[in-house]
Design a protein around this ligand. Structure first.
Ligand code: B12
Ligand code: SF4
Length: 586
């Protein structure tokens, strides 16, 4: 495998400014480089758990595994610092210290990623970007960074490092081949401020065998799952243990059961490792719904101390599942599959999508009913997007429905294509769905039912955190949620309920408490500005409520702009300006 430049690597030449002339030979950086790795800030969303972060000592859910993996590929003579913008400021002296500023980003981080690159350039620092966004839009990023890597770094980065030192590095590397994961080095966990995170990431496999139309996993990481050996994963866990990590570990695979035989082999090894080391960590992961049909694997996961799993359920509409080629979700009754997974010992959280071509306005009520019926407390519901490189993106382009230059970044931005359902109806419908899902009563009600029907086994141990840590978090949540929030009664009712019901069941008590804390992000629909800053998820819900209550001006605007949007006169960025999602990047 080699790093192959694309045929015309400077396609964006016209938008490069003169000093970034693509023909310009970038000077050698020399040896012993100082590298500043930057993980840009995310906008607020479901995933940031901003409300929770205010009540716990940690600052972020997880560190950037991509960057610490690349760090492990850098020559030993390079000095590396990692800066996580979730909790660190990027100062001018940090940039000036570095010979090379390396950025990794998802599309969702675009604003801060571009700002970082611009600041580094202004100080004449060399810049290099990689990661999922670079993999999906390398040509765009070529205008903002000196070097761009689209694809995975494992088998090419040693060569690129030498080229950087000697001044022979290309501007754009597009890595077509997928590396053999058995050559992936153990990430540099030692670069992390580990106490700032609630989970540590470990990756076993990349890629997914399915073909969902909207998914860029399969276009970025491929459809043939590639995995590390169990020994590699165990070695990474040993590093974490040596670094005294004893909290959750997220197996960040695109689909943990993409190759279920390999997943089973790994899981059996994990079980032995846990027993040997006194169950120091608990695991969670992402998997497709057909996990429900794998009782042996489910049992092994439970035995290895997996606690919960994220599943892409997307929609109860068979038509939408068919239309988006998510055939694996059509093979059984989803409600029974969810129940089967939970009864086998894994709690479930899930993703839901509205805005498929076949969706009409009844979809919101159907989703609500379905989520209530399956009792999924953490239901990440958002609108369909067509990320670049996906089959959906290509189809929207063919059908003339793609909105060029859309600034949409997440499933909470208006879609980057013209939807069949009128946009105002879609956005209002989603707002209503989320509002209904996340009233304190609905949220805590689902949470209780789902934990009650979850059947953890004696092998499942929640992370062992110190008494002082637990007391600190408990008092903090009592203050923020139990005193200052306006869902106080629901907080106390749920707290008393979980203590009364599950005091003798540590796994359920722990999960109940996590759900209670997360209520500050999810379940606080009717909140006041006082208890939850303007930057958080609940701000959006609050606006939703205001809108629902008849904030006519906003409604009218959304409606009119939405009509214009459907007619093709307005792009989503302009819609974003008038639709007050706080995390839409404009
Ligand atoms: C774990 C994970 C999360 C975690 C935490 C993220 C974190 N702190 O790392 C959580 C659950 C919070 C999350 C959330 C989201 N995520 Co996410 N997530 C992942 C997942 C499953 C694993 C990430 C990972 O650790 N990968 C392992 C590393 C090793 O891979 P890598 O980053 O690609 O790095 C390799 C190369 O890219 C390259 N590289 C990386 N960086 C750099 C830098 C340089 C300079 C160079 C040279 C090379 C290089 O080298 C590495 C080794 O080959 C990925 C899927 C995936 N396979 O990556 C999705 C993924 C990154 N997430 C994605 C999305 C869309 C989201 C959300 C926006 C969800 C949503 N639907 O709205 C949110 C946004 C978060 C927020 N707060 O708003 C997309 C991103 C798409 C894109 N093109 O940007 C992905 C690809 C999944 C998908 N297609 O849906 N996510
Ligand atoms: S199952 Fe998930 S990862 Fe696999 S193709 Fe579908 S959406 Fe992508």
């Amino acid at each position: 495998m080699s790093a192959s430049p694309i045929a015309d690597p400077f396609r964006q030449f016209s938008i490069l400014s003169s000093h970034q002339d693509a023909e310009e030979q970038l000077p050698p950086l020399g040896s012993g480089l100082k590298i500043l790795m930057v993980w840009p800030r995310f906008p607020s969303s479901f995933w940031g758990f901003e409300g929770v972060m205010k009540m716990i000592p940690e600052s972020s859910i997880m560190p950037p595994l991509g960057l610490i993996t690349v760090a492990a590929l850098c020559p030993a003579s390079w000095q590396i610092r990692l800066l996580d913008r979730a909790f660190e400021e990027l100062r001018e002296e940090d940039l000036l210290w570095a010979d090379l500023v390396m950025v990794s980003a998802m599309v969702a981080q675009r604003v801060d990623a571009l700002a970082t690159l611009a600041r580094a350039r202004a100080l004449k620092r060399r810049t290099f970007i990689g990661g999922p966004w670079a993999s999906s839009e390398p040509d765009f990023l070529l205008a903002h960074a000196d070097h761009v890597l689209a694809g995975e770094a494992e088998e090419v980065f040693a060569e690129i490092a030498v080229a950087l030192e000697k001044g022979e590095a290309r501007r754009l590397y597009r890595i077509a081949d997928k590396p053999d994961m058995t050559h992936s080095p153990a990430p540099r966990f030692d670069l992390l401020q580990m106490n700032r995170y609630t989970s540590m990431p470990v990756q076993f496999s990349r890629g997914c065998p399915f073909q969902c139309e909207f998914c860029d996993i399969i276009t970025i990481y491929g459809r043939r799952p590639r995995a590390k050996t169990p020994a590699q994963v165990i070695a990474e866990l040993d590093i974490l243990r040596r670094l005294d990590w004893h909290n959750e570990v997220f197996i960040v695979d695109d689909n943990f059961i993409g190759n279920h035989k390999q997943a089973l082999l790994l899981t059996e090894e994990l079980k032995i490792w846990q027993e040997r080391n006194g169950h120091p960590v608990s695991f969670y992961t992402e998997a497709s719904l057909n996990l429900a049909d794998q009782p042996e694997l489910l049992a092994a996961m439970v035995a290895a101390n997996f606690m919960y799993v994220f599943v892409g359920i997307e929609t109860p509409s068979a038509e939408a599942l068919k239309g988006s080629r998510k055939f694996q979700n059509l093979r059984g009754d989803i409600t029974s599959q969810v129940r089967a997974i939970r009864e086998s010992g894994l709690w479930i959280l899930a993703g839901f999508i509205v805005g498929f071509d076949s969706d009409d306005e009844s979809i919101f009520a159907r989703q609500l009913e379905f989520i209530e019926q399956t009792g999924i407390a953490w239901a990440m519901a958002g609108v369909l997007q067509a990320p670049p490189t996906t089959a959906l993106f290509d189809r929207m382009k063919r059908e003339g429905r793609l909105i060029e230059n859309s600034q949409s970044t997440t499933n909470f931005s208006p879609p980057n294509f013209r939807t069949t359902m009128p946009l105002p109806a879609l956005l209002h419908g989603l707002a209503g769905l989320l509002a209904d899902l996340y009233t304190p009563e609905a949220y805590f009600g689902r949470a209780f039912r789902s934990i009650e029907s979850w059947r953890p086994r004696p092998t499942q141990h929640p992370p062992e955190l110190s008494l002082s840590y637990n007391l600190r978090v408990l008092f903090s949540s009592m203050w923020h949620q139990g005193v200052r929030s306006n869902y106080r009664p629901a907080f106390w009712r749920f707290l008393l309920l979980i203590v009364r019901k599950w005091a003798r069941q540590p796994a359920k008590l722990w999960l109940g408490y996590m759900v209670l804390l997360a209520g500050s992000s999810f379940g606080s629909g009717r909140v006041s500005r006082r208890n939850c800053g303007w930057d958080t998820w609940c701000f959006w819900l609050r606006i939703t409520f205001s809108t629902m209550r008849g904030w006519r001006y906003v409604n009218a605007n959304i409606w009119n702009k939405g009509k214009a949007h459907i007619a093709g006169n307005v792009n989503t960025a302009r819609i974003s300006r008038i639709f007050p999602f706080p995390y839409i990047q404009i």
